[in-house]
Write a protein that binds this ligand. Structure first.
Ligand SMILES: *[C@@H]1O[C@H](CO)[C@@H](O)[C@H](O)[C@H]1NC(C)=O
Ligand SMILES: *[C@@H]1O[C@H](CO)[C@@H](O)[C@H](O)[C@H]1NC(C)=O
Length: 458
């Protein structure tokens, strides 16, 4: 009986096998197993050098309405502002053009960009707003959804805003309850709920098309000394044994990153900006540390200033970066590694020009934030390039993917382009990869900048 049934099947089976062999032999050379496929040639915008260029000029001045007084170095008549802004960042293997505000706003039409983090992200935002305003002087202040500050650009229907959240996780001050023994000097604690995002950005899921996160500059004992320490809670209970600050940092990062991965749509373009280095020389901020430099540091000075093994006052940036990079591994959040290029710029902080008489006596010099116009304008150039690149790369891959789904039902062909959608497809075709459709959701592709692009089935 079995032979009777199977006999008409045999020719079919042979045919099927042959077809499969043919299919595989055709596709095999094209097929790359789901893994990372790098674009070439690689261009890393984060590595390079500063070069003086007398033609390099900032595109806004001290009249930008979005300035924050203490960073408005032109108005505060900081020395060297011309010199500071004559330096141009030149990446190793490519050009970094200055942003074209009008072109960029056009690309972002009907979109929203959000920054979440501490004042270094606010410094970034202010630069961004002043740069973009050049293309839309009708820009208005904008504040909603827990945003600390921001602007709306009516000509392009673009919103750019900042949500202040210095630790990202929710934290609150809890004064000491009993007036009992005060020998330990404890005045109270800052309770940090490692698994709860701060209210300031808890309601923005799905609102922004591009997000730039940061945290790190508040994770130190000068912000939270032992009389008013951070105490970490999880699921409503204190974590035991209590975590030291850096371990708490790690746990908060992991939990915020997984919150972002879970709650924010895949299509939201996500960046994480690394630490902004400080440049206190001769002492820390509260020990008369100073940054009165007339030019950027030399490359060979950087390790001396910033390598943790040298134990200098500015060592924390690289240490924290290391922890952040670990926490972001395997996520779709792109690293915005602005640390290295900023490490050079000891010359570009507000220093003693803070716009207020007693500020230096009270707070010391500001060798942490940046003058505007200044270094953050270069951050803006880089971020806008990456946004542009990610948006057009994704759009092209999606477009090509739709177009090129092969006649073989279970295989998709994806064409990777080396540039934006406007490039000549024939010339710019770099890789063609055939991927079984059921595996498409797993595949990770690394673009030219080393950032991952995730391909989703339609
Ligand atoms: C402006 O952009 C928002 C999204 O950022 C969109 O919801 C809204 O429809 C746009 N308005 C117009 C008039 O296109
Ligand atoms: C900082 O400088 C002031 C004035 O020169 C001096 O009185 C003070 O002791 C210095 N502080 C430290 C920590 O060196």
């Amino acid at each position: 009986m079995a032979s009777k049934l199977s006999s008409p099947l045999i020719p079919w089976l042979i045919f099927l096998t042959c077809s499969l062999i043919f299919l595989y032999s055709t596709l095999l050379p094209l097929y790359t197993p789901p893994s990372t496929i790098p674009f070439s040639p690689p261009c890393n915008l984060f590595k390079g050098q500063w070069i003086t260029d007398p033609n390099h000029k900032p595109i806004y001045d001290d009249t930008c309405p979005f300035h924050r007084n203490s960073w408005n170095c032109l108005r505060n008549q900081r020395d060297n502002m011309g010199l500071i802004n004559s330096w141009k960042w030149v990446p190793e293997k490519c050009e970094l053009p200055q942003i074209d505000p009008s072109g960029f706003l056009g690309l972002m039409r009907n979109k929203r960009i959000g920054f979440v983090g501490d004042s270094l992200n606010e410094n970034f935002l202010v630069s961004f707003l002043c740069v973009l305003r050049v293309a839309d002087v009708g820009a208005k202040k904008w504040k909603r959804k827990g945003a600390w500050r921001g602007a709306y650009f009516p000509k392009f229907n673009v919103t750019v805003a900042y949500h202040r959240s210095v630790l990202l996780a929710k934290y609150e001050w809890q004064p000491k309850k009993s007036a009992g023994s005060n020998q330990d000097g404890l005045k109270g604690i800052y309770r940090v709920d490692v698994d709860i995002p701060a209210d300031d950005w808890a309601s923005i899921t799905g609102f922004y098309d591009v997000l730039v996160f940061n945290t790190g500059h508040w994770w130190g004992y000068d912000k939270f000394p032992k009389e008013t320490p951070l105490v970490f809670y999880k699921a409503g209970r204190p974590i035991v044994p209590p975590l030291q600050m850096l371990d708490g940092f790690k746990v908060v990062l992991e939990s915020m990153v997984s919150y972002i991965e879970k709650e924010f749509p895949r299509k939201t373009l996500k960046f994480w900006r690394l630490q902004s280095p400080r440049h206190f020389y001769g002492g820390d901020w509260n020990q008369n540390g100073s940054c009165l430099f007339n030019e950027p540091l030399e490359e060979q000075q950087l390790d001396l200033w910033f390598d943790p093994s040298n134990n200098g006052v500015n060592k924390e940036a690289r240490r924290l970066n290391h922890i952040i990079e670990e926490a972001l591994q395997g996520t779709d959040i792109q690293l915005l590694d602005l640390t290295h290029l900023s490490e050079f710029r000891a010359d570009a902080h507000p220093a003693v020009w803070l716009g207020k008489k007693d500020a230096v006596a009270v707070w010391g010099q500001d060798c942490m934030h940046w003058c505007l116009p200044g270094v953050p304008d270069t951050w803006v150039d880089i971020l806008s390039q990456l946004i542009h690149y990610s948006i057009s790369a994704n759009a092209c891959i999606r477009a090509r993917y739709e177009e090129l789904v092969t006649p073989y039902k279970h295989i998709a062909t994806i064409v990777f382009l080396s540039g934006g959608c406007d490039v000549n497809v024939e010339k710019k075709m770099l890789h063609i990869v055939a991927i079984p459709i059921y595996r498409i959701s797993e595949i990770n592709i690394v673009d030219r900048m080393g950032s991952k692009i995730l391909i989703m089935p339609f």
